[in-house]
Design a protein around this ligand. Structure first.
Ligand code: COA
Length: 330
């Protein structure tokens, strides 16, 4: 099976802040329990940014680690894509701050807003540029400070989210077998209001009223999103397998977006995938949105769970609604 896009993940890196927010902390903040959170979501703790930390500072650290791993210097980068919905500033793009901090050349740098599907949207974008020879080395980093937009008075959503960053360097493949076998991107704007920040945008700019209504924070209709996520994750895995002609048993590791352990387990059970081939770290980080797949990819590599030649499938879905998948031969 020849890859559609001949690319290699030359290096990976991740970063999560030191500060922990545990289920026990939530028991002191809202009407909830460790038992409820654990059984409904699988989450035990999340990492959250402290003062002075931001999406850019986390993205910078994850990027440096990925570049070290790839043995690549800042001046060798040709493009920076940052997946985020919680940017360093609202203007300009976080990727531009990163370019300067990394000491890269005057290369193009832009942000891509696809929420939890962000890492895979970025990877697909980078893969096309690299495959067609437009750029040789692309830094992809997905980073989110969800704690900055989480409403800690809303017990139905606040227990889910954490902060972090995952980065990769995408370069041309030296081995013809290596690359992106297939990938899917999709969106359904009919579901745009299911997860959104209603205030602070161009329709309803910041005002006293926005502050008073707490509409600068994320709103989520959890039950609706849950239903969508359960069916979409199964459908995405099925479609990606069908599109590639690869059998489920041939995949060395599945890396799903870490949104809720029940969503992941339900897809695995329905598709007959044993959980020992599914990467799970939601217990430690919660849902870090776009960062989750990048963080997982780096962790899995460092844990020796991904080797050269392995088939790895990544799937994600999120606000938008958006979804994406990537099947890679590493
Ligand atoms: N602690 C205790 N009880 C809670 C609670 C909390 N933190 N949050 C909600 N509840 C209560 C509700 O008030 C409700 O009580 P009621 O039955 O008396 O009305 C009950 O628990 C069930 O609420 P429900 O919203 O149906 O729970 P759920 O099983 O759907 O779990 C989520 C809630 C948010 C964990 C779940 O819907 C989910 O994971 N959704 C998807 C979210 C997601 O993945 N978002 C990001 C997409 S990338």
């Amino acid at each position: 099976m020849t890859p559609n896009l001949r690319i290699a993940i030359r290096g990976t890196g991740m970063f999560v802040p030191e500060r922990r927010l545990t289920n026990a902390d939530f028991e002191k903040m809202i009407d909830t329990s460790d038992e409820w959170i654990t059984t409904r979501t699988g989450i035990k703790e999340r990492r959250i940014v402290s003062e002075g930390e931001s999406t850019m500072t986390m993205a910078l650290e994850a990027s440096r680690r990925a570049m070290n791993d790839a043995k690549i210097q800042p001046e060798e980068l040709d493009l920076i894509i940052c997946g985020t919905v919680t940017p360093h500033f609202l203007l300009p793009a976080t990727a531009c701050f990163l370019q300067a901090e990394l000491g890269a050349g005057k290369i193009p740098a832009f942000d891509l807003a696809a929420a939890c599907s962000g890492f895979l949207y970025c990877l697909m974008t980078a893969a096309h540029f690299v495959h067609h020879g437009t750029y040789r080395n692309v830094l992809v980093v997905s980073a989110e400070s969800l704690s900055r937009i989480t409403d800690y008075q809303d017990r139905g959503s606040c227990i889910l989210f954490g902060d972090g960053a995952g980065a990769i360097v995408v370069s041309q493949a030296s081995n013809p077998e290596q690359g992106l076998i297939t990938g899917i991107m999709g969106a359904d704007g009919q579901g745009a209001s299911l997860i959104c920040i209603p205030g602070g945008g161009s329709l309803t700019p910041f005002s006293d009223q926005v502050l008073k209504d707490r509409n600068y924070l994320m709103r989520m209709q959890g039950r609706e999103v849950y239903k969508f996520a359960v069916s979409k994750m199964q459908e995405l895995i099925r479609q990606t397998l069908e599109q590639s002609g690869v059998r489920q048993e041939e995949i060395a590791l599945f890396i799903p977006h870490q949104s809720n352990l029940r969503i992941i387990e339900s897809a695995a059970t329905k598709l007959g995938i044993s959980m020992d081939r599914v990467w799970v770290n939601i217990d430690r980080y919660g849902n870090t949105s776009g960062a989750s797949v990048g963080i997982s990819l780096d962790e899995a590599r460092r844990a020796g769970r991904i080797r050269t030649g392995d088939l790895v499938m990544m799937v994600a879905f999120g606000a938008g609604l958006t979804w994406g998948s990537a099947l890679l031969r590493m």
